[in-house]
Design a protein around this ligand. Structure first.
Ligand code: PEP
Ligand code: MN
Length: 281
């Protein structure tokens, strides 16, 4: 990995902090939890999530508006209407928003509405997209490819950074293996390794890793225990009605419980939890 010039940690304690807004940054002492549905479905859905979870607290909202679906006949996302919904809720609740960018042609439009651009697993090695995101003025959430090695993952981040954008957060979201009980296998070894090799913040997506809602809280606590800087988790006011990824969507009540249950683990590994969490605890 000697070519990972910009991503590699040069001193044992060097770390990057990536800001999403004036008050939310990933990679500092504070753990950041990003919550929201797989796909933006309606203003009402997003308003309900933001209203219920702002005090959980979560620090940012997620929601796909351009969706990479296995079948071309499945819902492909709400596009511009979804971006407008994200931007309304973002303003209303003062929560930064993260959404996926699938193509170079979407970068400008999405940058206008969102605080962080997500590169999905299926695009981790879309090198032209990575190069173009190197020139974007928004932080990038880079998800690990479905079967990408740690080196390939690190080099994908190097593509973005070497083209000018140093604000990259890595996301471990599970890799493919032989067992179909879970959707993927959450590679916490990669989280520990990435924290050692790179200076970038690393967050974990237990939702796409497990694919089953009953495993997500346990995996979230394990992720924080092994050094993750945050979590990105799918939830929905009516999980079974989700247009996509219904089996892994948490209820908003489960999401609140999860955020609270992560707190003692965060403290045990020397991390802070969001201030208003401490006030509630
Ligand atoms: C998502 O975050 O909704 C998503 C499609 O994730 P991934 O790219 O990790 O499959
Ligand atoms: Mn999803």
């Amino acid at each position: 990995m000697k070519d990972a010039r910009l991503v590699r940690k040069t001193e044992s304690n060097s770390k990057s902090i990536v800001s999403l807004s004036k008050s939310v940054a990933i990679g500092g002492e504070e753990i950041v939890i990003i919550g929201g549905p797989c796909a933006v479905e309606s203003l009402d859905q997003m308003e309900t999530i933001a209203r219920e979870l702002k005090s959980a607290p979560i620090q940012a909202l997620r929601g796909g508006v351009y969706k990479p679906r296995t079948s071309p006949y499945s819902f492909q996302g709400s596009g511009l209407i979804g971006l407008e919904i994200l931007s309304t809720v973002r303003q209303h609740y003062d929560l930064p928003v993260v959404t996926e960018v699938m193509a170079i042609s979407q970068i400008e439009e999405i940058s206008h509405y969102a605080d962080m651009l997500q590169v999905g697993s299926r695009n981790m090695q879309n090198f032209d997209l990575l190069k173009a995101l190197g020139q974007a003025d928004k932080p990038i959430l880079l998800k690990r490819g479905l079967a990408a090695t740690i080196e390939e993952f690190v080099m994908a981040a190097e593509y973005i950074m070497s083209h000018g954008n140093l604000n990259v957060v890595l996301c471990e979201r599970g890799i493919r293996s032989f067992d179909s009980y879970t959707r993927n296998v959450l590679d916490l070894g990669a989280v520990a390794a990435l924290k050692q090799i790179t200076h970038l913040p690393v967050i974990v997506d237990p939702s796409h890793a497990a694919g089953r809602r009953e495993l997500i809280a346990d995996l979230s606590r394990a992720a924080i225990a092994c050094g993750a800087d945050g979590l990105i988790i799918e939830c929905h006011p009516e999980p079974d009605q989700s247009i996509s990824d219904a089996q892994q969507a948490l209820t908003l009540e489960n999401m609140i419980e999860l955020v609270r249950s992560v707190q003692p683990v965060a403290k045990a590994v020397g991390r802070k939890v969001y201030e208003s969490c401490l006030a509630i605890a």
